[in-house]
Design a protein around this ligand. Structure first.
Ligand code: ADP
Ligand code: MG
Length: 478
């Protein structure tokens, strides 16, 4: 950590000039800058550097950049700058395509708002029961993040009012259009005050976006950052496979490269199911994300993968839509997608802000045409390697570093991450370094702990107390 210069000492003449990517170049209050530093946001990402000056100057904005480029903070800092915390009414609305995304955005907004007291952020999504949402709305909120359908519901009931709104954000606008939300978005936008700032963020720029912006944005500025940096951090490799060795090849890759977290994309649900079976038979900790899971199971799968207690998540493109999982070491294209944009999206999941990543693609002779089309569209030449080069990189099958323990009890029981961490470290004597992510959901809490202490943690938690109360616990494994 660097020491802050003492204020009574004259600044050295040759101080290093602020880089163009320093947040301090933006008209942001000191507490916000300090908070960004605390979060480890040392510099703006390119899309933040391109869009924040415009957004903070009050312009409407259409910003396009790939997944993982830091778009959330780009709009969150802008909407926070427009906020009057003393006015207790909804002043910003963020529309997102899915519940997971809305929850991720809520978390990021909360982290960025942490510099100021008492900013209330509320998530309103379908799939959740209405009553708690109505109660929360009655208590009031400054910022609402939600999916278009549920926001419409609340507008119709009159439980959500937007007359104090000054910032409307459309996040992942391309996805919302894909999902058929055009009319809903238009309806919501019509209910917002005319005098407002509208910010539209998108990974791609399909036709519908121009139509959206034409219908309710005011002289929007456009910022586009295409794949300029994508290639540098993602190492792509292609392997030619025969159909019958394709699924087995996934295990070979994992065994050779030993990435901690891998997202494996298949073109079909059936392929996902088959792959999951093969991976499990090989002793790998694999989970599947598919559309038939109910919301609770889906949440659980995502928590377990993100906290590093599963090595592989198998998914179709639709199921994986919009997931933001940091620290993904590898993406595997189990099948080659017929669509070059989809390929870009898939491999964009790895090599996030400052991590390098691998993107492996398995292609059969039948798929060579697709590979050619992708090379042409994205302007690269694929780097081919033989499967025979893959040798086991360690003893035994790849194991995830962590294991998830579920505590039956969550926000409803007023459990907070600190309570669980305190119970494990202070009361039970485990080292903080052996405890990973702690996710508190409405009814459950998930704690990631190092594999080797998991049985002990389970025993002590079952016998001990969290927040002064006995709790039911179980280990999640399969
Ligand atoms: P996008 O919406 O473009 O897909 P996100 O907003 O989800 O990207 O950001 C991706 C990740 O990068 C998040 O984990 C976020 O916390 C992190 N991040 C964003 N801005 C910065 C920054 N300036 N410095 C470091 N990390 C950042
Ligand atoms: Mg995003």
């Amino acid at each position: 950590m660097t020491d802050a210069p003492e204020s009574d000492i004259a600044a050295p003449v040759a101080e290093t000039p602020a880089s163009p990517l320093d947040f301090s170049r933006l008209p942001l209050p000191p507490h916000t800058l300090a908070n960004l530093q605390r979060l480890g946001y040392d510099q703006m990402t390119p899309i933040q550097a391109a869009s924040l000056p415009l957004a903070l100057a009050g312009h409407d904005l259409i910003a396009q950049a790939k997944t993982g480029s830091g778009k959330t903070a780009a709009f969150a800092l802008a909407l926070l700058a427009n906020l009057n915390t003393r006015r207790f009414a909804v002043q910003a609305l963020v529309l997102c395509p899915t519940r997971e995304l809305a929850e991720q955005v809520t978390q990021e907004v909360r982290r960025l708002a942490a510099a100021e007291d008492n900013i209330k952020v509320l998530t309103l999504c379908g799939g959740a029961t209405m009553r708690p949402q109505l109660a929360s709305l009655e208590h009031g909120a400054h910022i609402v993040v939600g999916t278009p359908g549920r926001i419409m519901d609340h507008l119709e009931r009159g439980s959500l009012r937007l007359e104090a709104l000054n910032t409307l954000v459309l996040d992942e606008a391309d996805r919302m259009l894909d999902m058929g939300f055009f009319d809903d978005i238009a309806t919501v936008a019509k209910q917002c005050p005319r005098q407002r700032q509208t910010l539209l963020f998108s990974a791609t720029y399909p036709e519908g976006i121009a139509k959206l912006s034409a219908s309710f944005m005011r002289e929007p500025k456009q910022v586009k950052l295409l794949q300029a940096h994508a290639g540098s951090k993602i190492r792509q490799r292609f392997y030619e496979v025969r159909e019958e060795e394709r699924l087995h090849a996934v295990g070979l890759l994992l065994d050779h490269f030993r990435p901690v977290s891998t997202l494996a994309f298949c073109n079909t649900k059936q392929q996902c199911r088959d792959l999951l079976e093969v991976l499990k038979a090989q002793g790998l900790a694999a989970l599947e994300l598919h559309g038939d899971l109910d919301q609770r199971d889906r949440d659980q799968v995502l928590v377990r993968f993100a906290n590093r207690s599963a090595s592989v998540l198998v998914a179709t493109d639709i199921a994986a839509r919009g997931l933001d999982i940091a620290q993904l070491e590898a993406v595997i294209n189990v099948d080659i997608t017929p669509d070059a944009d989809t390929h870009t999206h898939r491999i964009g999941r790895t090599g996030r802000v400052d991590a390098e990543g691998w993107a492996f693609s398995l292609a059969s002779l039948d798929e060579m045409g697709r590979v050619g089309a992708i090379e042409k569209a994205l302007g690269f030449t694929s780097d081919w390697h033989p499967l025979s080069e893959l040798t086991p990189g360690g003893p035994g099958p790849l194991r995830p570093p962590m294991c998830t323990i579920q505590i039956l009890g969550g926000r409803k029981e007023k459990i907070r991450p600190g309570d669980v961490l305190g119970a494990l470290t202070k009361d039970m004597g485990f080292a903080g370094a052996q405890i990973g992510k702690i996710n508190v959901n409405e009814f459950s809490t998930y704690v990631a702990v190092a594999q080797d202490i998991a049985p002990q943690v389970l025993r002590k938690l079952a016998a001990g107390k969290v927040k002064g109360r006995a709790v039911k616990v179980r280990m999640l494994e399969d």
